[in-house]
Design a binder for this molecule. Structure first.
Ligand SMILES: [Zn+2]
Length: 501
């Protein structure tokens, strides 16, 4: 039994002002809220002057893509920012189902040889994960590209009718086994040419099963409006709930973003559509995505051959002429770890090359297996939208193991405190409204039962936080009633659960 005494409760509904009460936790549930002076408990946490909130829910994470669910099961970078539940299987790639046990669709994020794949179906994957235990709760969507690449390999052809039917059966089975829905990664090279009718057929099924459709758009730049229109059309025609992943104002495309956002907010009266954001000005992207669209065709090995082809190289250098070497920092560089942390500009100077030439050299040196921080987001524009109902918060990050050979972006460990600080400083949201957006709203979107609110019989995923001079600090965290962070320190307890739809 755990007793939290005298904290100001922000219950997640967004409606109630913070109120002082004691909260009693029995097992993994909140058993009572009230005044319990003199009550004994195994652990008593003094909440005086602190806020008690539901644990935060991160709707788009990459811990599965980086395989850190296996290499760092505690996931402490999430816990330390108050995140108790993470969702994966986003942007078209999931760890299950795997038809042939291959993780090709996540090669752009990580070295896939780190983990022995001992599963095929969603059920087998979720079972293995729950046996190995995690520090946070984890739920997943089904990655469209994961299945599609198992079916067609490196081809970009349309699916045959039997393939599409088989695809549907896999989705139905995986959802029955606990997946929360389907994600697409239409902006990635293997999926850019996937036809509308294929996605619609699959999403229709997901919608019938009351799942969620999440999409990494086909294009976030020139084609943003068309991509958003396509997504809204699918949402309307299938009746699905849709989450557009990391929709951001990319510098140079702000007007398209403004129009896209207004389309979404306009449609939101009649269809269920939301989008997620992190409050930072940098994206973290696989290096090959810096290539012009025409050169992002085929797999990494094929793309590498373009860099050696004289005609293509000239065309590449021309197309990359405007790239800003100071806006790009190397965060991961397979086999070339000494480059981590350097800007592209520094690398270019060091190599005595122009920035476009240096970028191509970096791509070759790392075999296109590098990631970069790319400062390409108009943060003012993004921040101005955070208050809106359709916006959810997601780190789009991963909790990487200590000593991992990559640089951690702040959004991997500070997205949620930062969000609360930004909106409360600007007074665009009250504290209860900010907490609602990262607790009960995502819980509702994923249909989580008994999570995301502080109420009796709800699961005790809880944060105790201090806010001093506008700075948010996560002091204690409970996951399923067990202390996971105490006095800002993670505890070696893996009390997360694998969540199933
Ligand atoms: Zn994505």
């Amino acid at each position: 039994m755990v007793l939290i005494k005298g904290a100001k409760i922000v219950d997640g509904t967004g409606k109630k002002s913070p109120y002082v009460a004691d909260v009693l936790i029995t097992g993994d549930k909140i058993s009572a809220i009230g005044k319990f002076p003199g009550k004994k408990a195994d652990l008593i946490i003094d909440g005086l002057g602190l806020y008690l909130t539901p644990g935060f829910i991160d709707v788009n994470t990459d811990s599965d893509h980086h395989l850190s669910l296996f290499t760092n099961p505690q996931q402490q970078d999430f816990l330390l920012q108050g995140v108790t539940t993470i969702f994966g299987g986003m942007c078209g790639s999931s760890l299950a189902p795997l038809l042939y046990g291959s993780l090709d669709s996540i090669r752009k994020w990580t070295d896939t040889s780190q983990v022995n794949i001992g599963w095929h179906s969603m059920a087998e994957f979720l079972k293995i994960l729950s046996q190995r235990k995690l520090g946070v709760n984890f739920g997943t969507l089904i990655g469209h590209s994961t299945i599609r690449r198992a079916l067609v390999g490196e081809d970009s052809r349309d699916l045959t009718v039997p393939e599409l039917n088989f695809f549907k059966k896999l989705i139905a089975d995986s959802m029955a086994e606990g997946a929360f829905g389907l994600s697409t990664g239409l902006g990635y090279n293997h999926s850019r040419r996937v036809p509308y009718y294929e996605i619609k057929e699959l999403v229709k099924l997901v919608s019938e099963k009351n799942g969620l459709y999440a999409t990494h758009l086909r294009d976030e730049r020139e084609g943003l409006l068309a991509a958003v229109n396509e997504t809204l059309k699918i949402t309307e025609e299938t009746g699905t709930k849709t989450l557009i992943s990391h929709l951001k104002p990319i510098i140079g495309f702000e007007n398209d973003y403004k129009k896209a956002v207004e389309l979404i907010h306009g449609a939101a009266g009649t269809v269920n559509v939301r989008y997620d954001n992190y409050p930072f000005d940098e994206s973290v992207v696989p290096i090959y995505t810096l290539l012009p669209a025409w050169a992002q065709i085929g797999n990494l090995e094929i793309m590498l051959t373009y860099l050696d082809n004289q005609d293509m190289r000239e065309r590449l250098l021309k197309d990359l002429a405007g790239i800003n070497g100071n806006a790009i920092r190397i965060s991961q560089a397979s086999g070339r770890e000494y480059l981590i942390g350097k800007t592209l500009h520094e690398f270019a100077d060091n190599q005595e090359l122009g920035v476009p030439e240096a970028l191509l050299k970096l791509m070759k040196l790392t075999g296109l297996r590098a990631t970069v921080f790319y400062r390409n987001i108009n943060l003012d524009l993004l921040t101005a939208n955070l208050e809106r109902n359709q916006v959810l918060i997601a780190s789009n990050g991963a909790s990487l193991p200590a000593g991992s050979k990559s640089m951690k972006h702040e959004r991997f460990y500070n997205t949620f405190p930062k969000f609360i600080e930004v909106v409360t400083r600007l007074k665009t949201l009250s504290l209860p409204q900010a907490i609602e957006k990262i607790t009960s709203v995502p819980s509702g979107l994923f249909n989580l039962k008994n999570r995301g609110l502080i109420a009796e019989n709800y699961v005790a995923d809880l944060n105790i936080i201090s806010i001093k001079s506008g700075v948010v600090q996560i002091e204690h965290v409970l996951v399923n009633g067990q202390p996971a962070v105490q006095n800002r320190q993670p505890l070696p307890i893996l009390s997360g659960k694998v969540l199933k739809k």
